[in-house]
Design a protein. Structure first.
Length: 479
């Protein structure tokens, strides 16, 4: 039975790395009919927040990474960790350490000065009975340290990296329970992974050094050791570790930009894995079938925002109009573009007309606004180029024929414009260019007769009249 987990510390929102780890765990669970578990690692009360827990759950839901169990909270499991720590003490596999922060700091600094490495010197392992009793009487704070078996190597077979080995000598007697009774990450993680019967631990490569310590704990506690798979680092395009400098790292910022969650999930899937061939665009359902944990690359992955944006525009082009309407609503609202009185059919038509040219939902909402708002913004360049005297003259001629039309569909408006051009011995483009600027404020856009149809006669006439009042240079911003 496959049981995997994502175990975020709730100290912020979901960043790209966490989302990718969650996705790979999710894909692995689904393709094996296993369980995907959410565990909140909130052992540090000073850094963990409720808001962050909410944000994390909201983010996973937005990405459709639904978990089957949890959330479990480590903060509610402190007695369990204590129980196991004391068990280790009883068995002589862990010991109390009374060393103060100051002492440890001093020793560390001294070693640094003498240019030698330092690990805990087992000072408290050799305390005699009287010394221990005195320290207890005085109420000196104590931690619990794990007694690392040093005369051996720790080895494991990583699903992605293969055999990895480290000498026990390089691992210090690390703390498992702090003086305030809270467990350290390595300890709580092992107890939970074991008790929650996690079969595969799939997490970021930064954790490899922890895995050695964790394996020693599994062994000391007679727990079954899970399989491990350490996912490659995610770097920015400059080869440095992904950070704010590279743009948004929180997935909710991508939501705000109008990236579709299905596009983001698709892009995340490719950060360290590929289905082979040149297949790049696939659904979550397809990814569940195609994903192979053992095919995840060792090499660092590069996060490239332009590529994500490209992928998003591909998704927008391919998406069902109704799905886009659902997604774009919050952006229309945010920009005060009213759409609620419009017929759904018209909104879908506007989307159909603009989806090819919108890289994200935010752009789509702005493009839709041209058909939904009274007033539009004009690009200065477009006005200067086509709404000069000649352009306006042509628009006036067009206005007089368009005003008379009772049917205002694509065919009629096109036929009328072309006939007018013929009559006046002008090129159709001489009407089409100023018309596009009058209707959309822009130099380029969807096919003009589609624009006319979706815009409708009333708004078209209004916009042409408005354009005739615009003067060059100034007044390019309508209000
Ligand atoms: N809370 C740890 C983290 O966010 C979990 C690591 C793990 O998956 O074991 O890095």
């Amino acid at each position: 039975m496959v049981r995997v987990r994502i175990a975020p510390s709730p100290t912020g929102s979901i960043h790209i790395g966490l989302a990718r780890s969650a996705l790979y765990n999710f894909l692995f669970a689904r393709q094996h009919n296993g369980k995907f578990i959410l565990r909140i690692e909130d052992t540090d009360p000073t850094r963990s927040t409720k808001e962050s827990v909410e944000a994390i759950m909201e983010g996973f839901r937005w990405l459709s990474l639904y978990w089957d169990e949890g959330p479990y909270f480590q903060s509610q499991r402190f007695p369990i960790y204590r129980e196991y720590a004391e068990k280790l003490i009883k068995e002589g596999k862990a010991y109390y350490c009374y060393c103060s922060e100051e002492r440890l700091k001093k020793e560390r600094e001294k070693a640094l000065q003498e240019r030698r490495s330092w690990q805990y010197d087992r000072h408290c392992l050799s305390l005699n009975k009287e010394e221990k009793e005195r320290l207890e009487r005085e109420g000196v704070p104590k931690t619990i340290r794990f007694l690392v078996p040093q005369e051996r190597n720790v080895v494991f077979n990583d699903i992605i990296h293969g055999r990895i080995e480290r000498s026990g000598r390089d691992i210090e007697d690390f703390i498992i329970l702090r003086a305030d009774g809270t467990p350290t990450y390595n300890f709580a993680c092992v107890i939970d992974d074991a008790l929650m019967e996690i079969s595969h631990v799939i997490r970021a490569v930064e954790h490899i050094s922890n895995t050695f310590k964790q394996i020693l704990l599994y062994e000391a506690l007679n727990f079954k050791i899970p399989f491990f798979a350490h996912l490659p680092l995610i770097l920015g395009k400059d080869g440095k570790k992904l950070s704010k400098r590279h743009g948004a790292v929180s997935i909710m910022e991508y939501k705000k930009m109008g990236i579709l969650p299905e596009a983001l999930v698709n892009y995340l899937a490719l950060l360290g894995w590929s289905p082979g061939g040149d297949l790049e665009i696939f659904s979550l359902e397809e990814a569940i079938k195609l994903f192979r944990l053992e095919k995840v690359k060792k090499a660092n992955a590069i996060f490239d925002f332009q590529k994500l944006e490209w992928m998003n525009s591909e998704y927008i082009k391919r998406s069902d109009n109704k799905r886009l309407l659902e997604g774009v609503k919050e952006f229309l609202e945010e920009k005060n573009i009213s759409y609620k009185e419009e017929k759904e059919e018209r909104l879908l038509e506007i989307i159909q007309l603009n989806k090819e040219r919108s890289r994200n939902l935010c752009e789509l909402s702005l493009n839709m606004g041209i058909y939904l708002k009274e007033a539009i913004d004009y690009d200065k360049e477009a006005v200067d180029k086509y709404l000069d005297e000649k352009g306006k003259e042509n628009l006036k001629e067009l206005l007089s024929v368009y005003e008379k039309l009772s049917i205002f569909d694509k065919e009629t408006t096109e036929k009328t414009l072309r006939e007018l051009a013929k009559d006046k011995n002008k090129k159709p483009a001489e009407y089409i260019h100023p018309l596009r600027v009058a209707l959309t404020g822009k130099l380029v856009g969807p096919p003009i007769f589609d624009v006319l149809k979706v815009m409708g006669k009333e708004l078209t006439i209004k916009r042409i009249k408005k354009a005739l009042t615009l003067s060059l240079e100034k007044n390019t911003k309508d209000n």
